[in-house]
Design a protein around this ligand. Structure first.
Ligand SMILES: [Ca+2]
Ligand SMILES: [Ca+2]
Length: 229
């Protein structure tokens, strides 16, 4: 009977452990951060329909769903841009983004991701030196594009520093192709960089160690009780 209790308790604690690990382990919610109209590109191009934005302690991440295949192999003008403003008093209103852009990510048909610092060009990081600072993943038969970029981190070449503070609110706007489809359509989106317990997210095993410790203590306690009875 006691052994059964120990097994039951262990199972409950393992379940809690998995749930806790899951909260930190998975990125995007089911519900998109933004939705965009179908069929609104100004010329035949990549039609953005859904966008998710997320961050953890180390990266800002974007997932974009298109109404058709995102043709990253087309040399005639397949681009994707993520425009970011950290301060409306600095930066430049690039391509009539409608706000002063401080940084932007540019993914081009050459299958590369470049980082641009509008205020300080010497901080630009071209794809040839990206070295893990950023990434993109094309999935779902190229209907979905994921981009991510490290925050507050210099590349080995000493550039590519995206200066963001957790808890800060930034302005973001997306653009596919030349000027084809903007999202949001008329304005930027205010995104609050989620504050993360850095100990928890930087060390994914942290929760595991913590819960295993509790489990051990409980097991010893029950073991002692078992001996006494
Ligand atoms: Ca659209
Ligand atoms: Ca749009």
């Amino acid at each position: 009977m006691r052994n059964k209790q120990i097994v039951l308790l262990s199972t409950i604690l393992m379940g809690m452990l998995l749930v806790t690990a899951g909260i930190d382990g998975f990125g995007f919610d089911e519900t998109p951060t933004l939705t965009d109209p179908y069929g609104d590109p100004t010329f035949a191009g990549d039609d953005i329909i859904k966008v998710w934005i997320d961050n953890n302690a180390t990266h800002i991440m974007f997932q974009i769903e298109f109404n058709s295949t995102f043709l990253i192999d087309n040399s005639t003008g397949d681009y994707f841009y993520v425009y970011i403003s950290t301060n409306n008093l600095t930066g430049t209103n690039i391509e009539n983004a409608g706000f002063n852009v401080d940084y932007y990510l540019w993914m081009s048909y050459k299958r590369v991701l470049d980082f641009y610092d509008v205020v300080n060009g010497s901080n630009n990081l071209m794809s040839s030196n990206l070295a893990g600072n950023g990434y993109y993943i094309s999935s779902n038969n190229n209907y979905t594009l994921e981009l991510g970029y490290k925050i507050n981190h210099y590349s080995p070449s000493g550039t590519g520093y995206l200066n963001l503070t957790l808890g800060q609110t930034i302005e973001i706007r997306f653009r596919s192709d030349q000027t084809s489809d903007w999202c949001p359509d008329n304005d930027s989106f205010s995104y609050d960089l989620v504050e993360i317990d850095s100990a928890k997210s930087a060390i994914p095993g942290y929760n595991l160690i913590f819960l295993l410790s509790i489990l051990s203590v409980v097991a010893i306690f029950l073991g002692k009780k078992l001996k006494k009875s």
